[in-house]
Design a protein around this ligand. Structure first.
Ligand SMILES: [Zn+2]
Length: 120
């Protein structure tokens, strides 16, 4: 099993635990995942599908939220920042991208509010 799949299985377990604790009907829930760095949303969805197979979380709706990359600037004072581009806001030089230790993380489990369209 790849470390990523293992990590995703832990997230699936977390989703199920959280749903039980908060009495969330998983069939109505949406799972929000944060995706870091170069890991793609598609990879994340595929991993979730694989990791949740034969569990209560199988077939859940997934929303992926992309997090910016993290950088550290060695040109000025070692400023660390997060963002879409590598330019240091302090000195304007190109900062070095920090390698991500994790590819994705659970953001939250949200129950889809069933908003029936009606005009009052
Ligand atoms: Zn700088």
């Amino acid at each position: 099993m790849s470390p990523q799949l293992e990590r995703m299985k832990a997230i699936v377990a977390q989703v199920i635990t959280q749903a039980q604790r908060d009495s969330i009907d998983l069939r109505l829930a949406t799972v929000h995942l944060i995706v870091y760095g170069n890991f793609s949303s598609e990879q994340t969805r595929n991993l979730f599908a694989e990791a949740s197979r034969n569990t209560d979380a199988e077939g859940l709706s997934i929303v992926t939220e992309r997090a910016g990359s993290r950088y550290i600037c060695w040109n000025c004072c070692g400023l660390r920042f997060e963002g879409e581009d590598a330019m240091c806001s302090n000195c304007g030089e190109t900062a070095m991208e920090l390698p991500e230790k994790i590819d994705f993380a659970l953001s939250r489990v949200e129950v889809a509010t069933t908003t029936q369209p009606h005009d009052g």
